[in-house]
Write a protein that binds this ligand. Structure first.
Ligand code: RAM
Length: 549
């Protein structure tokens, strides 16, 4: 071979290996464009505070704080000397996501120095009244929505640039001149959502408590529906694949904004890593980008479930076929962790990979993961059949069977009637729930396993509404309809009783201070993954909407 030829073949090799380096090469820009074309318009509403409230420390209140109504802002705030007021808390009456504006006015003499105030917006009473320093949280202190504002010029309107999620606003004076007086003479917020309608209505004799739970769920979803399905408008304010799945389920039974689901599916595909793996979460600005290297296998599999549901809801085969290679890739990746026996085995690959089912500390994931892979295999096979692509993956049904049999053989304890997970043989509710979802055991066995895991003191119980969703789903799947209804009434109803306007990120009826981040005020009190009563109540009206007996 002459020198020139050698050079060309070397270039060819490099080109070929580059092509291999990105499995979706040539598709990403178009996918991003598809996502951009589905970006929704936000609906704007102007809202004003409904009242002035006083914080009251109260051991019987949720997280030990409540607010008492004092009067309205017209008589207690506007046009009054703010140097006398010093601190005030306003209640907007509901949860909003948007931009906070206030205006000030000179009352006497003339401004001769800047004014400094702190504006602290919060979703619930404890968040505004718990000391923040020294900061105990395990995520950034900057998530808290307190801003210091220096007003160099009164008699004008000021808007805080950061988008906030709140019901309450505490305004505190930090510094002012003795030589002039000023007032706060207006406060309002521009609130945004992409949920443009009122959702679906409920049956006329649907019980009030179910109705209330439904409405709080709907408000939660509405607040999280922005230009993507956010996980929480306070925190993390971004698109997570696991949250997307649950939000899209609730959306199918309420606002029916399927274009938003399509946008999110395309964003995840376009921003998958070079190996084709859907990453766990995405930011929209300044350019859409993923949290690089954050690969969460459970979440990438739920992206497949979202695509399947999207296809069923819309019949949009064009989109599903366009994204099919991505779905196939997620399964191929997951199967690399399955050993010869047909058991999911984390140690087979040493790449960085995360599995998420709940924030409950110490939860063993071997069994839930086995269930998640079987479910994804089954659902993705269903997707392939709907697209006429099953020939490409003919071996999957047999593989799923193999994994189901292996689960029965190696993970199910016949004597106690439950699945036990990991080297410590851990008993957890989620192990049973995911195995039931995967269809591994009979209805009777499933009921028994769930009951034992719920009753036994030493069993790991769900610690978030996210995990509780899968528990309620598994109850429905194995015919425990009354139990599913009672659980929903008690769990989500418990949050309503404790004052929730929107459902919380973390909730344990026995521990009001549960927090994945070691500090409850850092939790998001409007969290998308908690909105699924909307889905359950509409999808199964005979279970949830029937009148009380
Ligand atoms: C949290 C977010 C999000 C969740 C991930 C796993 O940071 O709240 O909702 O999906 O964790």
């Amino acid at each position: 071979m002459n020198k020139i030829k050698l050079l060309f073949s070397a270039v060819g090799l490099v080109a070929a290996s580059n092509a291999l380096a990105d499995v979706y090469q040539g598709q990403r820009e178009r996918w991003l464009e598809m996502a951009e074309n589905c970006k929704p318009e936000l609906v704007e509403t102007i809202v004003r505070p409904k009242g002035v409230v006083a914080p009251v420390a109260d051991n019987s209140a949720y997280q030990n704080w409540r607010f008492d109504f004092l009067g309205n802002p017209d008589s207690l705030l506007y046009n009054q000397n703010f140097k006398d007021i010093k601190e005030i808390t306003l209640d907007f009456g509901d949860h909003y996501t948007g931009y906070f504006t206030f205006s000030t006015k000179t009352l006497s003499r003339c401004q001769d120095a800047p004014v400094r105030i702190c504006i602290f917006l919060g979703e619930n009473p404890a968040e505004l009244n718990t000391p923040l320093e020294p900061w105990p949280g395990t995520l950034s202190r900057a998530w808290m929505q307190d801003e210091t504002v220096t007003i160099t010029q009164v008699d004008q309107e000021i808007t805080i640039p950061r988008r906030m999620a709140f019901r309450y606003a505490k305004i505190r004076l930090l510094g002012a001149s003795p030589d002039f007086d000023f007032a706060i003479n207006d406060v309002y917020a521009k609130a945004y959502t992409s949920a443009a309608n009122n959702g679906e209505s409920l049956l006329p004799d649907c019980p009030d408590r179910i109705r209330r739970i439904h409405d709080v769920g709907l408000a939660t979803l509405r607040e999280c529906m922005q230009t993507v399905y956010e996980d929480g408008p306070k925190r993390d304010r971004r698109l997570w694949a696991g949250d997307l799945y649950l939000e899209s389920l609730a959306n199918s039974h309420s606002f029916k904004n399927f274009n938003l689901t399509k946008r999110c599916l395309y964003l995840f595909a376009a921003l998958a890593d070079d190996d084709g793996r859907v990453l766990s979460n995405i930011f929209e600005t300044p350019q859409p980008h993923p949290q690089y290297f954050s690969h969460c296998l459970t979440y990438s599999l739920l992206w497949n479930s979202t695509l399947l549901e999207y296809l069923k809801d819309t019949g949009d085969e064009k989109t599903a076929a366009d994204l099919w290679p991505v779905a196939k890739k997620q399964i191929e990746e997951a199967l690399e962790y399955v050993d010869n026996r047909g058991i999911f085995n984390r140690s087979l690959k040493d790449s960085y990979m995360w599995m998420f089912f709940d924030w409950r500390e110490g939860l063993d994931m071997e069994v839930p993961m086995q269930g998640a892979v079987i479910c994804a295999l089954n659902q993705t096979y269903e997707l392939a059949c709907m697209l006429g692509r099953e020939q490409e993956i003919k071996e999957w049904p047999a593989f799923s069977k193999k994994m189901q049999n292996a689960a029965k053989k190696f993970l199910f304890n016949k004597n106690s009637g439950v699945f036990l997970s990991g080297p410590e043989k851990q008993l957890s509710v989620l192990s049973q729930a995911w195995m039931i979802k995967a269809g591994v055991i009979s209805e009777k066995q499933a009921q028994k396993a769930l009951k034992i895991s719920l009753d036994r003191e030493d069993s790991y119980k769900p610690g978030t509404p996210y995990a509780t969703h899968y528990l309620v789903e598994s109850m429905i799947l194995c015919g425990m309809h009354n139990e599913a209804r009672s659980y929903l009434l008690e769990y989500w109803g418990g949050m309503v009783d404790k004052g929730a306007d929107t459902f919380w990120e973390a909730y344990d009826p026995a521990d009001d201070f549960i927090s994945p981040y070691k500090f409850a005020p850092l939790n998001s009190s409007c969290h998308a993954w908690s909105c699924t009563p909307v889905y359950f109540i509409h999808k199964y009206p005979h279970i949830f909407q029937k009148a009380e007996e």
